[in-house]
Each structure stands twice: as C-alpha cells, then as structure tokens.
Design a protein around this ligand. Structure first.
Ligand SMILES: *Cc1c(COP(=O)(O)O)cnc(C)c1O
Length: 397
C-alpha cells in the first residue's frame, strides 16, 4: 500500500496537519471520519477502464479510501520532504521492507549497535542469507563512520536514541557522510515520532515508525509506517509492490484515529516522563538515568540540537543489587505492568540486558537496568507505586 503526494504542501504546522489531513468531507458524505473499507476487489465500469487500470483504486492491496486517509495524515506529519508513505503490518515488517527495498545481494549495510534487537536478527538472519553483509557501529561514531564505508555500502540503519540504552547518534553527521558515498540513511524514528524529530529534514532518506507504539497509542494494534523522500521513494514503492506488503483495514483505521490525538498524548508522555526521570535521578537506589532530555545525559547536546521533545520511554541503572531484590521491586509495583512494547496509555517496566547481543560496543552499565514507559496515569500515583517498589527492593537486599 503506498501513496505518493505530488500536490503542493499546505503551509500548516504538523499538529494542525494531524487534525486536518486525510479528511474528504464530501466523499465521506459529511462524516468527519472515513469509512473502514474492507475490500479486495475493485470493480471497473468498462472493459476500457479495466485494460487501462483506470480509476482511483485498483485493488485492495494497493490502497483503499481508509489507507489513503492515513497516508495523507502521515505525509502531513512528516513534512514537505516526504514523497510517499508505505504501510506495513508491524514495525518490524516496516524495517525489513525498507531494507529489502534498498539492498541487493553483494551489498554492505552499516547498522547502529543500539538498534532494536529484532532489526539485528533480520540483518544477521535473512539479509546474511541473501548475500548482504552487515557491519555494526558505535552509536557515538558521528562522522567517524566514514572509515567503515566500503565501495559496496548501500545503506545505514540508525535508531535515535536506541530504545533500551538511549545513546544518541549524530544523524546529520552520519547522513552527510552517507550521502557523500551515495548511500541511503534509514532511521527508526519510533521514539521521538516525526513530531519531535524531523528526520527527513535532517538528512534521513527513509523514516520508520513502529506505529504499534505512539501512533496507535492504545496497545491495541500492530502497525508500521515507512516514509521516504524523493530519492528513496521509487525504490520503496517498488519494494512494497513486489513484496505485497499491506495492512488490515481495522488496524489502518485505528492508526488513523491514534494520529488525531498524537500531539496531546505525546506532550503528556514527555512531561510525565521527564518529571519521573528527574525524580528517579534523585533516588538513592538509582545510579544513573538514561534519558537524553536530562541535562547530564551524554546525548543531551545532540538531543537539544536535533529534537524538539521526548516521549515517555527511558531507562535507569540501579545501584548494584541482587536479582531477587530487583524481582521484588517488579513484583511489588502495580501501575507499572511488566511487558514488551510501549507507547500505549499505560505505564510499563521491564528489566533488560544488551550485553549478550552488542558487537561494536561493550554494554557494562555497572548495575541492573530497567526500562520504564511512563503512561498517562497521575504522576503522583506512579511515584507512590515506585516508592513501594523501592521499599521492597531494599527489604530484599
Ligand atoms: C517495537 C519496536 C519496533 C517493532 O515494532 P513492532 O510493531 O513490534 O513490530 C521497532 N523499532 C522500535 C524502536 C520498537 O520499539
């Protein structure tokens, strides 16, 4: 499913576009929202139309009025650099589709050492089998990435910040080197969303969202989006068509609905996340908070330069504690559910350990690590919940 916008871009801020884009009141018979079109076959009125593939829609896989509305909103959100948006059934499918669309056998790929682990698994598994070589690099490499380029390096995959360890790659520097070498930058922009990180304006060619997270926003869909600039869109559009990637109509509708309120939800996640990060930084049980919007974070300068906000996801390093004490904390908190994914309305906590899969850098934080997602609950209730968790941790030491 893909849609390319050739028209002039209306001069509106992204927050406004989230509300105005993708709404064709007349076609929707006056209703504010589009219908959820469940459809495969599109009927052609005449043989002539059929032969010419004439008509706004040709086949369900290639788009429906519902996917068109969603793509319009995503185009508006990404900004004028965006030449087209593809939709995928999950965030990981968006990443694998982007990689398969730009790479071929014999190519070399550079991947940031802090990317989402299943992205690594795809590179080490399927891409390796198809003859694509992957080299991992230090997230803090910056323009030093030049030294890792080979004549056949075709793409660089980054994630800023990494969604467990939160190191902040310097995307404009990486993009400058990558473009000078004729390669493409692919950015997993799930953490900040295009609202807080204008990745296509910062030299990224393909910007990916695990829309399962903040775009859906309610922990009820699996979804992915792939936005590309004019340089990358032809490759991506072809890849999507050849692979047959598309998404189910109910999830398309829920992603569209989520986008309408993204700016207010994200602002609240940002505010509560930052307040909780500062509160945790002052706790005696916490050695370090990994959150680029905190002034003392090593990635803060880059975050301040390249981002306009943060979401509710960050990590903490606890002072050394036995596993059973950390488990006592996890078993005590009630508002922080234990589970994967994030970006929904609810708070979450998981322990994590990057040391068994990192290859370009060493992960040695010096204590147990927890990743927190700060949801939309009252921040006071969340602090009280963690207070009880820390009391249980201390009691189990
Ligand atoms: C969750 C996540 C993905 C994968 O999205 P799914 O929809 O779960 O496939 C990719 N990248 C990041 C950073 C994520 O957090």
């Amino acid at each position: 499913m893909s849609f390319s916008n050739d028209g002039p871009f209306p001069p509106q801020q992204p927050e406004t576009r989230l509300v105005t884009a993708g709404r064709d009141t007349e076609a929707q018979k006056g209703f504010v929202n589009p219908p959820v079109v469940h459809g495969s076959t599109v009927l052609y009125p005449t043989a002539d139309d059929l032969h010419a593939h004439r008509g706004e829609y040709q086949y369900g896989r290639h788009g429906t009025p519902t996917t068109r509305a969603l793509q319009d909103v995503l185009m508006g959100l990404e900004g004028p650099q965006c030449a087209g948006v593809g939709l995928a059934p999950s965030g990981l499918a968006a990443i694998s589709t982007a990689l398969l669309s730009v790479l071929k056998a014999g190519d070399h790929l550079l991947v940031c050492d802090n990317v989402y682990r299943p992205s690594r698994n795809f590179c080490n598994g399927m891409l390796a089998r198809y003859g694509v070589e992957t080299t991992y690099f230090d997230p803090l490499i910056g323009a030093g990435i030049e030294a890792l380029f080979k004549p056949n390096t075709r793409a660089v995959l980054v994630e800023a910040p990494g969604s467990q360890s939160f190191e902040m790659p310097d995307i404009p520097s990486i993009a400058a080197v990558t473009h000078a070498r004729g390669a493409l930058v692919i950015d997993d922009n799930t953490w900040a969303t295009p609202l807080y990180h204008r990745s296509l304006e910062q030299g990224v060619d393909i910007s990916i969202q695990a829309a399962t997270k903040y775009i859906g926003g309610h922990s009820d869909i699996m979804f992915g989006t792939i936005s590309a600039n004019a340089r990358a869109w032809p490759l991506l559009a072809e890849g999507i068509r050849l692979l047959g990637v598309c998404a189910g109509p109910d999830d398309v509708y829920l992603a569209l609905r989520g986008l309408r309120t993204l700016s207010v939800r994200l602002a609240q996640h940002y505010r509560s996340g930052l307040e909780m990060a500062r509160w945790l930084q002052a706790r005696p049980e916490v050695a370090r908070v990994l959150h680029p919007a905190i002034e003392t974070d090593p990635g803060h300068a880059i975050w301040k330069r390249d981002f306009t906000g943060a979401c509710g996801l960050f990590s903490i390093v606890l002072k050394p504690a036995p596993q059973k004490a950390v488990d006592a904390l996890l078993d005590t908190v009630k508002l922080f559910g234990m589970g994967y994914s994030w970006g929904g309305f609810e708070s979450l906590v998981i322990p994590f350990d990057c040391s068994d899969y990192r290859t370009a850098t060493k992960w040695a934080p010096g204590g147990p690590t927890l990743r927190l997602h700060i949801g939309l609950e009252s921040i006071d209730d969340l602090k009280a919940d963690l207070d009880r968790g820390f009391a249980a941790l201390k009691a189990a030491m």
